[in-house]
Ligand binder design. Structure first.
Ligand code: G3H
Ligand code: 13P
Ligand code: ZN
Length: 340
């Protein structure tokens, strides 16, 4: 069932679980995610980056997600814009039937971030769509998400972490529904050089200055060693890759106010490792169904593993009941949502 993230986060905050926000770029990835969520009875957020809109053409992605909503009515699904950077893009996402958007003004000076985020909230809330914004700076570089380079980030990390006092002012002045915080994570497969640690003391302080505000962790792939080993065994070259230990993510969602956990890199790894394995072990194979099929199964397994780490398995029915209890977010919302 299509919905905003509100009932998900309300239950997650109170109920010691987190909702996985998985990046979708094509049919096999999306099918793998939704199949895992259906099997584990878990809510999920399907998130679409600017790069994904460009790669797949949003009209195709919309239809794939529409099929998920129809095929799996028992799975609570939110469609989310990942790292939206302009009001035009936010408006396009609202028009495309997204139920949640992220406005990422974290690279702007503070007052500009406040202004941009507030404008996004005004646009989105008028359409019954919820908003995530970001404060603090994440490292790592993605195609359309440019952060700081690893060296610069590691040197200045304390300075880039979310300031709890500023977070209170930011949430108050923008009216956002959730806040992406910089607590030591970064995008991509190379997050830490030595010890992987999250700044739990920061999360704790932010929870004190922003009580009840759902927090979002970007850059939360764990980069499991067994997948890196497989990639490297079958011809890849990913030395020294390191992610966020799963135990720390499990702690963040169970003991802290982290309600949304963003995962993209681990899906890429699962897909890539399996395709490499098929190509390396069956060099005569050239039917795409025989490598994309196993790759899709690898996504299913990866997502199931995440849902247990996040403690969101088994929560689907409760989220749907909460969504129904809360009622239509605003008159006309379902008309917008039906566009998807
Ligand atoms: O945070 C960024 C996501 O991993 C999306 O990456 O911009 O390459 O689609 P992308
Ligand atoms: P990873 O690169 O750790 O998967 O993070 C993805 C993300 O934050 C998407 O917004
Ligand atoms: Zn991100």
């Amino acid at each position: 069932m299509l919905m905003t993230t509100k009932p998900m986060f309300d239950l997650a905050y109170a109920g010691s679980f987190g909702v996985g926000a998985f990046n979708v770029n094509n049919m096999e990835i999306t099918q793998g995610i939704i199949e895992a969520c259906a099997a584990e009875k878990s809510p999920c957020i399907l998130q679409i980056s600017k790069g994904a809109r460009k790669y797949a053409n949003i009209r195709f992605l919309r239809k794939i997600i529409e099929a998920c909503v129809e095929e799996y009515p028992g799975v609570p699904i939110a469609i989310h814009c990942d790292h939206g950077d302009t009001l035009d893009l936010i408006q396009n996402c609202i028009d495309d039937g997204y139920t949640s958007v992220m406005i990422d003004g974290s690279h702007h000076p503070y007052e500009e971030n406040v202004k941009l985020s507030k404008q996004a909230v005004d646009l989105a809330h008028a359409a019954g769509v919820v908003v995530e914004a970001e404060l603090g700076m994440l490292g790592g570089i993605e195609e359309d998400v440019v952060g700081l380079n690893a060296e610069e980030y590691a040197k200045n990390i304390e300075k880039f972490l979310t300031d709890p006092v500023q977070a209170q002012d930011f949430a108050h002045r923008t009216g956002i529904d959730s806040l992406a915080v910089a607590i030591g994570t970064s995008h991509g497969a190379y997050k830490f050089k030595h010890e992987a640690v999250l700044a739990f003391d920061r999360i704790e302080k932010i929870m004190k200055t922003c009580p009840g505000l759902p927090l979002v962790m970007h850059g939360s792939s764990s980069v499991p060693k067994e997948f890196i080993d497989l990639v490297n065994k079958y011809g890849g070259n990913m030395p020294n890759a390191m992610g966020v230990p799963e135990a720390q993510i499990a702690k963040a969602v169970r003991e802290y106010g982290v309600c949304k956990v963003n995962i993209d890199t681990d899906l890429r790894l699962a897909l890539t490792a399996k395709i490499r394995e098929v190509f390396a072990t069956k060099p005569a194979e050239f039917d795409p169904r025989n490598y994309l099929g196993p790759a899709r199964t690898a996504i299913v397994e990866m997502v199931k593993r995440k849902l247990h780490m996040l403690n969101s398995a088994g929560k689907a029915d409760a989220v749907i009941a909460e969504w129904k209890r809360q009622g239509e977010p605003m008159p006309g919302y379902y008309k917008t949502a039906a566009a998807v």
